[in-house]
Design a binder for this molecule. Sequence first.
Ligand SMILES: [Cu+2]
Length: 139
Amino acid sequence: MRTFPFIVAGAVLTAGLLGAAPASAATTRSFNMQTVAWASKDNPAQKRVVAEFGEVYGFVPDTIVVNRGDHVVLHIRNLEGGGDDGHTLTIPGYGINQSLPPLSTETVSFTADKAGVFPFHCEFHKPWMSGELVVLPAR
Ligand SMILES: [Cu+2]
């Protein structure tokens, strides 16, 4: 069978071309995030916790993992309804500082063009209301 070497050569050439191909178009990665009140003065059952630690809020999820080059879209809900329960999503490494008014959903979008670990927090409830954006290096 004389065609066998050509088939193998074609497969190797094709694999080589695929491996050397430029990265595909940017992938959009969309996440739904919410604020959570781990301990709030609005919850009478947490009175002792608030007396000991103050109010404690968080983000769920608190870790966002994307690939460098991804277009990242974060939909963030602030579930707190009290008048003084605003939050922010602040990612200094990406120059993001989004206000999150009570009972609102805000959208933040950006291109993850820098690889690394980028801490984020709420300006009003740091350091405990925090998390990390992890941007993996390009493959
Ligand atoms: Cu906050």
